[in-house]
Design a protein around this ligand. Sequence first.
Ligand code: 0WE
Length: 256
Amino acid sequence: MSSLAGKTGIVFGVANKRSIAWAIAQAWAKEGAKLAFTYQGERVKENVEELAGTFGADTLILPCDVTKDEDIASVFKAVGEKFGKLDLLLHSVAFAPKAALEGRFVDTTRDAYLVAHNVSAYSLVALARAAEPLMTNGGSIIGMSYFGAEKVVPHYNVMGVAKASLEASTRYLAYDLGPKKIRVNCISAGPVNTLAARGIAGFSAMLKTYEERSPLKRNLVPEELGATGVFLASDGAACITGQVIYVDGGYSIMGM
Ligand code: 0WE
């Protein structure tokens, strides 16, 4: 039952107990993985220390702004010194300026477009490159995506374009890293009530729509993202790479 025993991982994107990253980290830890965590900004430092601290006092907790190369370098230096190698990496990080998620996509500013892609998509490439030398025994890299990458979801706007870039980056990374037995996949989650979803107009209507229209007639529970994260991290997924796995109750298969 300890499918990840002896594996080490790093988790980017825990902000609080509702974070998707936290759901997957808990599931990884329960399966025996030893984890490091990064946090973005002093505001969430305490949250992450309190959550990750439950795994023992020697859990690595490091600051990392994924748009800063020097932050990424010091995170992987510390992981190399502490763990000696790395098996798992979760990228659960996204940001677009709020204004870009409210108006029309056609009005997206150059700055909002660049910020969204830098934080939400390029960061996966930068993290994968930094992880590669530590993944000496192969590895599993997971990014988080959303249906708005593929089809138009009103107001998701530039985030949809950035998630399309994240998914395409996943495929190109899978190709480059495949010979080293490093797999790269995305989990495309249905809507989850996280900090990132708070304040998004119409979010609760969206949860209701998934309940009404998805084949399974319900929303996901975070534990189901954890279970998919464990599967993709495990040897059971040893021949799966470059894929986008939907955890959305089947919503995305519907044409009407
Ligand atoms: O990827 C996301 C949201 C990511 C996100 C959230 C925010 C809110 C606060 C990125 N940047 C920001 N910037 C902020 O200032 N999701 C999949 C959740 C989400 O966001 C939406 C959605 C869904 C679903 C926005 C519009 C429409 C649907």
